[in-house]
Design a binder for this molecule. Structure first.
Ligand code: SAH
Length: 498
């Protein structure tokens, strides 16, 4: 399968067309091959002059490797594993190859030609065979709103027998003037959307990737719901998550999605082979960093360990992702999840498979519905309470009531509170100034605002407090998440301090 990208700079341009090679990070003078788990991706330049430069991505799919790489995600009939269109059609595999071979270009990075990477270039993209169930109209409706002039011609089922009619493959030519990174991102997301076949790479962190890659354009696209549905191969739960998050640019936790109950049984168990997952997940030159949600839970657990906590409250436990982790660790002998939302608690119950849980494990867990702004005697006497990404959901005038209920009434030995650090929001593309990372956030605090609040709480209720950064910190704006760890002062501490 083949994809060509041609750039023809306007007359009098200060840069030669062959600079496309810099933007793609692939030398026009060489033919390069990149091994993928399902075959080989070749990059070559049929032409690279000052006036015109064409880069070709040629994917040689090895049906055997495709089968070996993924046990359950091949067509349903056994020969279909070997006889299918994957070697020839520009399907989701081409998109996977784009994401891996041109990963840096996809992110709009180019150290040698940084300005050109940000410049709208006259581009022509040609795809000789795109599987597209919706015909030329579907190609038009997804690409045209993004500024492409679309030419989509159905290919005959068999050129020798025109009476057999058209196949569902299109010859697609896209012409437009845009940043190379945007063009690649359109292809990356929309090729599998048009393909509509079962996904070859519906990994747990697909939602995350969709939102990151399409951050600049999908939220405004008139067909965003259709695109999202098709991209996620109609897995309802993922689709809902993605649509809900399109306005948001926080991190999604892959494991959380992993646990999502799937409505579409036929897709259940789709997974990416380790190799393929690596192709997808590993940036060209950077080691993979864990998602923010994973880092957050790791930091919370580390702090619980440090506090020596065994009996733990997860206040505002939501759908139970942290509960699951705590349950899997025998260190935690008693775990109580509290949330005001019955819906969230029901989802938690389902995801934790509470009904089918071994009794000894189930005995360690209690789920309670309750509002954290009211005192509740059931919550007294625990080693630690966690409020992970919860306080920012509480209306500021109600925070005093929450403080009293948590620190004054429940009064565990330790309290761990995480919340977004709003300073770093300026780094999130697509988040307008003053906007929050989540629709339901009532506020987001800077490090100084959080410390001012937490210092006050600690002083009023007799706790010491320290601050722990979570996630990769920005040198100027600090970490994406901040955590305050409160430790109850004993009488001795207080006397010592006095
Ligand atoms: N701690 C979870 C969920 C965070 S979302 C996690 O990090 O994944 C915030 C959660 O707090 C939601 O589930 C919401 O229902 C709950 N919540 C918000 N205000 C609350 C209140 N006043 N009392 C109890 N729970 C509340």
């Amino acid at each position: 399968m083949l994809l060509t990208i041609t750039c023809t700079p306007p007359e009098g341009a200060a840069w030669p067309a062959s600079d496309l090679g810099f933007l793609l990070h692939k030398n026009p003078g060489r033919v390069q091959a990149f091994e993928q788990s399902y075959g080989t991706a070749h990059v070559l330049y049929p032409e690279a002059s000052e006036q015109r430069c064409t880069a070709a991505l040629l994917l040689e799919v090895d049906p055997i490797r495709l089968v070996r790489g993924r046990s359950r995600n091949t067509p349903d009939f056994s020969l279909g594993q070997y006889v299918n269109d994957r070697p020839y059609a520009a399907s989701s595999l081409l998109s996977v190859a784009l994401g891996s071979v041109f990963r840096t270009a996809l992110r709009g990075r180019c150290e040698l030609r940084p300005e050109l990477a940000q410049t709208a270039l006259p581009l022509r993209i040609e795809l000789p065979a795109v599987p597209c169930k919706g015909g030329p109209e579907a190609a038009e409706k997804v690409f045209a709103p993004l500024g492409w002039e679309v030419s989509a011609t159905p290919l005959p089922l068999d050129p020798a027998f025109p009476e057999w009619g058209e196949s569902h493959y299109l010859h697609v030519v896209l012409t437009g003037t845009m940043r190379l990174a945007d063009a690649l991102s359109h292809l990356y997301v929309l090729l599998p959307v048009l393909d509509g076949a079962k996904h070859y790479w519906l990994a747990a962190d697909e939602v995350d990737k969709l939102i990151r890659t399409a951050a600049g354009w999908l939220a405004e696209h008139p067909e965003r719901a259709w695109i999202t549905r098709r991209y996620l191969a109609r897995r309802q739960s993922l689709v809902r998550t993605a649509l809900a998050r399109l306005a948001e640019v926080d991190d999604v936790d892959p494991e959380q999605l992993d646990a999502v109950e799937d409505n579409d049984e036929s897709d259940a168990g789709q997974e990416v082979s380790p190799n393929e997952a690596k192709d997808l997940a590993t940036p060209e030159a950077e080691p993979r960093t864990p998602s923010l949600a994973v880092a957050r839970r790791a930091a919370v657990r580390a702090a619980l360990y440090e506090a020596g906590a065994h009996r733990v409250l997860d206040l505002g436990c939501g759908e139970g992702v942290l509960l699951r982790e705590l349950l899997s660790d025998r260190m935690f002998t008693e775990i109580v999840g509290v949330d005001v939302s019955m819906r969230a608690l029901n989802i938690a119950k389902r995801r934790l498979r509470l009904e089918r849980m071994p009794e000894r494990m189930a005995q360690r867990l209690t789920l309670l519905q309750g509002a954290l702004t009211y005192t509740d005697t059931r919550l007294r006497g625990y080693d630690a309470a966690v409020l992970m990404e919860v306080i920012e959901h509480v209306d500021p005038p109600r925070l005093g009531a929450l403080e009293h209920a948590v620190f004054g009434s429940a009064a565990p030995d330790s309290v761990l509170i995480t919340t977004p650090n709003s300073e770093i929001n300026v780094r999130f593309e697509g988040l307008a100034a003053g906007e929050f990372r989540h629709d339901d956030h009532r506020f987001e605090w800077t490090r100084a605002e959080f410390a001012a609040w937490a210092d006050g709480v600690a002083a009023r209720y007799g706790y010491a407090v320290r601050y722990v950064p979570i996630g990769t910190p920005d040198p100027e704006f600090g970490p994406p998440t901040q955590m305050a760890v409160f430790t109850k002062l004993t009488c001795n501490d207080e006397k010592g301090a006095a």
